[in-house]
Design a protein around this ligand. Structure first.
Ligand code: ASP
Length: 325
């Protein structure tokens, strides 16, 4: 017997969602914003369901956020990390997936350094697969919580100017956000030195992103008039064997770092975002990270609400236990 309902849906990539489906997920997440303020943060829509967090890469926010989201909906949440997974004994990801499937989970939330890992699992899974980051490819739940945070602060996403600044080359967050924000009608500037900007990135979503994405190699130009500034960490862990992409971190920070001075290039009411973990004093100064324009911790809080919506969509097919048509 399959343990998932017929409404189960994978979430592998923002590329698989259209704008209206993204809005449905954001609206669904809106139901749960205020739950964090309640003394008892518990709903019952996923009672008796099982969610496995299968993390082959480090994570603080995403794993905890999914665990909390599952528990707040009364699901059982089980965590497996790379050090405890059997891959360290030579088992393949697909074999791990098959073995976990034999225990009838309803959803597996997977993070892996291989771009394509979530899609690979989803191909044969009878459970719902949620991509919590696959290599440099995508991090769809981060993009959805980012869009939710922007919508919450600005009242809309459509028509906004969003600057994504930093290591675009190695960032799955950037790729998911380019797709998500373009589908929601924002304009995106990608701001990085040439050596951290993948060639052709503006074509990632075909004609849509060709029209909506602008490449900038100077911070001042990229931030000019921006409504939202999204800073990215340099993903040193993905530099394996590559030639150095910038002379040193101090120089990168001086030319592309966000400080109170460089933030002035953006609109006076621009918000500052970061998916975390932050390297203070590198991509963002402590004054900005802790300042009034930063919504970085709100991204974390509201990420739980969006992930509750994502789990319900994955397992039930729609909000609150009523699979939608
Ligand atoms: N937490 C994000 C990710 O997993 C961003 C980062 O690690 O810098 O991709």
């Amino acid at each position: 017997m399959r343990s998932v309902t017929s409404g189960a849906r994978h979430l592998v990539s923002i590329a698989d969602l259209d704008g209206s489906e993204i809005v449905r997920i954001l609206d669904h997440g809106d139901r749960y914003w205020s739950l964090a303020d309640e003394p008892i943060k518990k709903l019952t829509s996923l009672r008796g369901r099982t969610v496995i967090n299968l993390f082959y890469e480090n994570s603080t926010r995403t794993r905890t956020s999914f665990e909390l989201a599952a528990k707040r909906l009364s699901a059982e949440a089980i965590n497996i990390s790379s050090s405890s997974a059997s891959t360290s004994k030579g088992e393949s990801l697909l074999d791990t997936g098959r073995n976990l499937q034999a225990m009838h989970p309803d959803a597996i939330v997977v993070r892996h350094s291989f771009g394509g890992a979530a899609a690979m699992l989803a191909k044969t899974a009878s459970y719902a697969v949620i991509n919590a980051g696959d290599g440099q490819h995508e991090h769809p739940t981060q993009a959805l919580l980012d869009a939710a945070t922007i919508r919450r602060h600005k009242g809309k996403v459509e028509g906004l100017e969003v600057a994504i600044v930093g290591d675009i080359q190695h960032s799955r967050v950037a790729r998911s956000n380019i797709l998500c924000l373009s589908k929601l009608g924002a304009r995106v500037r990608l701001v990085a030195p040439m050596t951290l900007m993948p060639r052709g990135i503006e074509l990632i979503g075909g004609d849509l992103t060709r029209e909506r994405v602008r490449i900038c190699h100077r911070l001042e130009e990229g931030l000019d008039g921006a409504d939202v500034v999204m800073m990215l960490r340099v993903q040193h862990e993905r530099f394996d064997g590559e030639a150095p992409r910038f002379p040193n971190t101090r120089e990168l920070s001086r030319t592309f770092g966000l400080s109170e001075r460089t933030l002035q290039f953006a609109k006076p009411d621009a918000i500052v975002m970061h998916p975390g973990p932050i390297n203070r004093g590198v991509e963002v100064s402590p004054q900005v990270a802790d300042g009034p324009r930063a919504v970085i911790l709100q991204q974390v809080s509201w990420g739980v609400a969006i992930r509750m919506a994502i789990l319900e969509r994955a397992i039930l097919g729609g909000p609150g236990g009523q699979p939608d048509a």
